[in-house]
Design a protein around this ligand. Structure first.
Ligand code: IVH
Length: 716
């Protein structure tokens, strides 16, 4: 597992193509993971700012290397996430779009002016808008056929959402049937939300349940799935609506306001205000604060009025949605990108509050990142009680000059996780001291490193750190790594919670715990024995899989393969990595000379081997498994087998990558620099110093044609 939360180390301009490709792959994976956490699990794992930084980095790299843009690029899809597995999918009759934002009166005036320009309206022509408080919940699409509710979906990716019909049927405020007259078929859109008092009650219940579970887990009891404590009403509503078991949704206090339409078999109104009246007649709740506004000035006044009402409302709003009232104009205006030209969301400024910072805690993420977190005296920001905020990293603490004991200014904008935006220097206690960022991991005591240019400090005890254990074990056993059948994420978690798995070596000792496993619910003898047999079958996994399975940062499958080919045996690799800890050593140079292994990768390997706890875990693992050397394909048959080869200059008949791959396949080691240990130097056009050095050292120098012949390729 190469972990990438902080690959933001290298300037984009300085990335090589290979590094860029590797990072784009990593970013695609990581961003997709955050999308799933946010949209499908309703449990965001990073702040919006961190998420945006990842996307920006991705875009910057894509802009520099357009040829590397991936098919799964985070920029290929609209933000939002494809439907989660578990729910059926439903396609919306017309796409569910998002809204452009306005933040200031000028933005709104420009929005109104652009409507006039587009429709070629004269200044005298009145523009009516409907203003609707923008509730932060979860938008849903409700389909009615012949006046009966037949199905409902989440927004999903805007085109296709999840079928949450059964869950929606648990909402009191959802009309099962429409009061006649109604069109034969119509889609109605609205927002499912939770009120602030309901949210606070529900959050407290979940908090208690989570603590209770933790107590039981610590007491060694088997516990069920983790309890999610929602961070805000939106999060709570989304999580409640997306329960696979509708009886869970039924116990959650969810409400619904209707506000828009999708496809309809016949028109039902000429204006949006009329449409809202129809919705009410059909039996929907329509936000009672919604108002028809005669012009842009009235809209600006409504914005101020809603801003003043905001704190006193029963539910969270983050702005007001303004929609052009005339539906035929809406139709003509249409959409640009993912947003309509006829509506805009005018956001309120972020809400702020001040409170005291009690202490700074360091949390260790699943990938070993040490993240500082502020623990504060609880304070209400925009109606939500807040007592934690991420401080992101060491530099951020320095930059904001935040210290324990300070009075901090907190900000929450929409559903953004609260941020500390600054401090009140006049309230700083006289004896305050700058925060001392730890140099060891608070979870396992391993040393923590922060490579030059990188912002994140990271625990190096990957194999043993309890904060990272589960993730590492899942990776180790996964299909792409050790490939242990029957040891997927779910079982790893179960075995870890039962105390049977702490480090990878424990997997191979599970056979001593057969009886314990037999006692697990639903684990018959057959299941246990199949698992144990699958584990036994991996005691001699290929070296490249073994290296990859260790989950060293930046050592993905490709790099693991390069290492396995180069060092051949696990003993040789282990020893070389230990020796490479010394800068300037022959082993370090050797590592650096492997084509495809850049300095950043070499550094990660060395850091891993510098941590004695990792070595202990590695050796424990090596007492259990015997990785097999990579097959040197037809090695015996080729003159190249076992030779060390350098390609220099431009080859005419094939790329250097292809030549390297060919050489490796025939059992050669490809290195970048020429030394007396080099056996062969293939010299292409315009070769420089390496060719000269080869000649000086009296090495065997080949032309491209001679190389082709030796590699068994036909003359070009
Ligand atoms: S209309 C094309 N009206 O805001 C029009 N949306 O940023 C699309 N929302 O996904 C939506 N209150 O979740 C509309 N009165 C309202 C709304 C509203 C909240 C949310 C909705 C939507 C998002 C768009």
């Amino acid at each position: 597992m190469t972990d990438n939360a902080s690959l933001r180390r290298t300037q984009v301009d300085a990335l090589t193509e290979a590094e860029a490709a590797e990072e784009l792959a990593a970013l695609a994976r990581e961003i997709a993971g955050h999308d799933v956490a946010y949209h499908q699990k309703d449990a965001p794992t990073v702040t919006d700012a961190e998420y945006d930084a990842l996307r920006q980095r991705n875009t910057a790299i894509e802009n520099r290397f357009p040829a590397l843009v991936r098919i799964d690029s985070p920029n290929a899809a609209a933000p939002g996430a494809a439907p989660a597995a578990g729910f059926g999918k439903l396609r919306h009759g017309t796409p569910m779009l998002s809204l452009d934002n306005a933040f200031a009166p000028e933005d709104f005036l420009e929005f109104a002016a652009s409507i006039r320009r587009f429709l070629k309206l004269s200044d005298g022509e009145p523009l009516h808008f409907v203003g609707e408080p923008k509730i932060d919940g979860l938008s849903v699409n409700l389909t009615y056929q012949d006046g009966k509710f037949v199905r409902g979906a989440t927004r999903g990716d805007g085109t296709e959402g999840e079928d949450i019909t059964q869950n929606l049927l648990t909402l009191d405020e959802l009309p099962r049937t429409l009061k006649a007259p109604f069109p034969a078929q119509i889609e109605i859109r609205g927002e499912v939300y939770m009120t602030k008092p309901d949210f606070l009650r529900f959050q407290a219940e979940q908090q208690q349940a989570a603590e209770e579970r933790e107590r039981r887990r610590e007491a060694g009891e088997r516990v069920g799935e983790a309890v999610r404590v929602p961070v805000n009403p939106r999060n709570a509503a989304a999580g409640s609506l997306r329960q696979l078991d509708p009886s869970v949704t039924a116990r959650r206090p969810l409400r619904l306001f209707a506000y828009a339409q999708g496809v309809s078999s016949e028109p039902v109104a000429a204006s949006h205000s009329e449409y809202l009246a129809v919705l009410k007649r059909w039996g929907f709740k329509v936000n009672p604060l919604s108002r028809l506004l005669p012009d842009a000035e009235a809209a600006a006044a409504f914005q101020v009025e809603m801003g003043e009402k905001r704190a006193g409302l029963d539910y969270d709003i983050d702005g007001v949605v303004y929609k052009l009232d005339k539906l035929d104009w809406q139709e003509r205006l249409g959409f640009v990108g993912r947003a309509p030209r006829w509506a805009i969301a005018w956001k309120f400024p972020a809400e702020r509050a001040t409170t005291k910072l009690l202490r700074i805690e360091i949390q260790v993420g699943r990938t070993g990142a040490l993240t500082p977190r502020a623990v504060m005296e609880p304070v209400s920001v925009g109606g939500v009680m807040v007592q934690h905020a991420s401080l992101h990293n060491e530099d951020e603490i320095l930059r904001k000059d935040v210290r324990e004991g300070d009075t901090v200014i907190l900000q929450r904008a929409g559903d953004v996780i609260p941020q500390i935006v600054g401090i009140l220097p006049e309230k700083r206690p006289a004896d305050s001291k700058p925060f001392d960022f730890p140099t060891t991991c608070p979870a396992c005591g391993s040393h923590a490193v922060r490579p030059p240019g990188e912002v994140v400090k990271r625990c190096t005890g990957g194999l043993i750190c309890p904060a990272q254990t589960v993730e590492r074990l899942i990776h180790f056993a996964s299909r792409v790594a050790a490939d242990i059948e029957g040891l997927g994420a779910e079982n790893v978690i179960l075995l870890h919670e039962a105390g049977l798995l702490k480090a990878p070596a424990d997997i191979f000792r599970l056979k001593d715990h057969r009886d314990t496993m037999l006692a697990f619910r639903g684990w018959g003898a057959k299941k246990v024995d199949n698992l144990l047999a699958a584990i036994e079958a991996r005691r001699d996994m290929p070296l490249e899989k073994f290296i990859f399975a260790l989950g060293i940062r930046r050592i993905g499958e490709a790099n693991a393969k390069l290492l396995a080919r180069h060092y051949h045996t696990v003993e040789a690799w282990r020893q070389a990595m230990l020796d490479a800890r010394i800068i300037g050593s022959e082993a370090r140079e050797g590592l650096g000379s492997i084509a495809g292994i850049g300095p950043a990768i070499a550094d990660e390997l060395v850091e891993f081997f510098k941590e004695p706890r990792n070595l202990t875990a590695l050796d424990a693992l090596l007492a259990e498994v015997q990785p097999t050397p990579p097959e040197a394909i037809a090695a015996g048959d080729s003159e190249l087998a076992g030779k060390s080869i350098v390609f220099t200059g431009t080859l005419v008949t094939m790329s250097r990558d292809e030549a390297s791959a060919r050489a490796e396949r025939l059992g050669a080691k490809v290195t970048k620099s020429v030394s007396k240990k080099t056996d062969l130097v293939v010299v292409g056009a315009d070769a420089g110093s390496k060719a000269t050095k080869a000649a000086e050292l009296g090495l065997t120098v080949l032309t491209e044609a001679q190389w082709r012949e030796m590699a068994g390729l036909p003359p070009a």
